[in-house]
Structures are given as C-alpha cells and as structure tokens.
Design a protein around this ligand. Structure first.
Ligand SMILES: [Zn+2]
Length: 283
C-alpha cells in the first residue's frame, strides 16, 4: 500500500513539473516574437546594423524599403541616403536647419533656413575680387580673398559674381526661373527660397572675369580651384556624379566655405557635405 502511495506522489510531482515547464515556456514564447522579428529584419541588412554609428533603428523599415528599390547600393550608402531623407521626394518632410551661424551648416532640399535669417558678421568682399558689391560671412570672406590673392600671384583671375543672397532675393530669382522653365526644371538648378545655401553667407559663385560662369569648368582657373580651394576651406558643393545626393546639377562655379579641416576631408574622400553631415556631424 505504502509503495502505491509513493509511486502516485512521484507521478503527481512529475506531471506538475511538466505542466509548469510547458506554461513558463509558452509565456516566454509569447514575449519573444518582437525580438526575433527585429533580428530577422536586421539580418536582411547583412552585417551593418549597430556597427555603423549613424544607423538609426527607428529608420529600419525605410532602410529595408530603400534597399529593395536600390539593390546595387552599399549598406553605407543606403543608411546615408535614408538619413538624408532621400527616400522621400525633394522638399518633403523638410525641417529647419539647427546649425545656424556654423560653418558646418547643411542647407539642402530637406533642411531650410528661416525666412528672416541673416547670418552674423556679413562683410563686403574686396572689389579686387568681386564684380560688384558682394557679401560673405567674415571668416569665409577672409579666406576667399586669400585664395583669390594667391591665384592672382600665380597668374589666375578668380572673382565673386554672387555670394550672400537674402530670402527675398532668392524668391525673386526662383520665381523668375519657374515662370520661364516651370517648377520641375527650375528645381534642378535653382533653390527654392529658404533652401538656398547662398542665404548662409558661406557660398560664392565665381568666374574668371572673361568667360561666362557656366563655362568655368573649361578655364585654367577651374583646374587651379580643383587643386587649391580646399586649402582655403572651400569645396565644390555640387560635383559631377553626386546629383542624386545633392539634388542639384553639377555646378563648376559654386563653392561653399566649410573650413579647412572639413574641406580637406571632403576633397580627399570625394564626399559631399550632405554625406559628411549625416555621417559625422548630425549622427
Ligand atoms: Zn551658387
């Protein structure tokens, strides 16, 4: 009799233990799917996930959608472009730039300047190096003049034909282009008011005093700028083959002051300011 009692107790305990294990396991199973879903999504992105410090988990669905549409792009390019907002049409999901009065400020088709924004320390460029009254932020102006002087010493002529532009002036320009060419074409070569980096006071369009600025690429001054502009903190802002990233046609005459350090990095690595900004400045 006693044996039967002990056997029954043992079987009872085994059944209870198994039941408990099953229940606990089911509970755990209920809480894991989100984790495995995340893992599964991350695995679709190969090995890039948290190893890239500008990877935003919040953008995961956008990265995946962009990767599907652009299977030939590297993971780094997918993350860079989505972070810039390039998976959305230009001028959609825009926000105000929060780097006002800094030489590393990014202004593009997603980041705009306030209508009443006028940069600090705007000063006039020497008439020796401009075709009429043109203004730049002090630091950019100083370096622009040094660069033009050095070019002059070596037998080249570089002068400013456009520099700081107010919101209202950009509006006039843009509206004229739109009435001539329509919005779609105008958007490829002119910024909408508030979206022009000329409003930062850090940008200068140049020519050689002889040929139309649109032919600047064919001048010896352009080759000189290719070699030297970064030494004075300037970069060619809208290079060839980067149109998809900058949103602008190639412009051989449009130079942006970013300071010597960033200018060297960009020129040595063939990076646009847009790419650099989302990878190193606003991660
Ligand atoms: Zn320009």
């Amino acid at each position: 009799m006693q044996k039967i009692f002990w056997y029954s107790l043992l079987i009872f305990l085994i059944v209870v233990t198994i039941t408990l294990v099953v229940v606990v396991d089911q509970k755990l199973a209920v809480s894991t799917p989100t984790f495995s879903e995340k893992e599964e999504k991350l695995s679709l992105l190969h090995h890039i996930d948290q190893k890239i410090d500008y990877f935003h988990y919040d953008y995961l669905d956008r990265y995946l959608a962009y990767q599907e549409k652009n299977p030939n792009l590297s993971d780094i390019d997918i993350i860079t472009r989505v972070n810039l907002g390039l998976d959305q049409p230009f001028y959609e999901n825009t926000k105000q730039s929060n780097h006002l009065n800094q030489t590393s400020i990014l202004v593009n088709k997603y980041l705009f300047l306030p209508e009443d924004y006028i940069p600090n320390n705007l000063v006039e460029i020497s008439k020796d190096f401009s075709n009429s009254t043109k203004m730049l932020v002090y630091e950019a102006k100083e370096n622009f003049e040094k660069m033009c002087q050095k070019a002059k010493d070596e037998g080249y002529t570089i002068r400013a034909i456009s520099a700081y532009r107010s919101y209202d002036y950009q509006k006039q320009l843009y509206d004229n282009y739109v009435s001539k060419d329509g919005v779609d074409l105008a958007d490829t070569y002119s910024a909408r008011p508030g979206y022009s980096e000329h409003q930062t006071g850090l940008v200068v369009d140049v020519d050689n005093g002889n040929q139309n600025y649109e032919q600047f690429e064919q001048t010896k001054e352009f080759s000189w700028m290719q070699e030297n502009a970064h030494l004075y903190g300037f970069i060619l802002r809208y290079p060839k083959e980067k149109e998809e990233i900058t949103g602008y046609q190639y412009e051989s005459w449009h130079y942006r002051y970013v300071g010597k350090e960033i200018a060297s990095i960009l020129s040595n690595n063939h990076l646009t300011l847009d790419e650099y900004f989302v990878r190193y400045i606003e991660k």
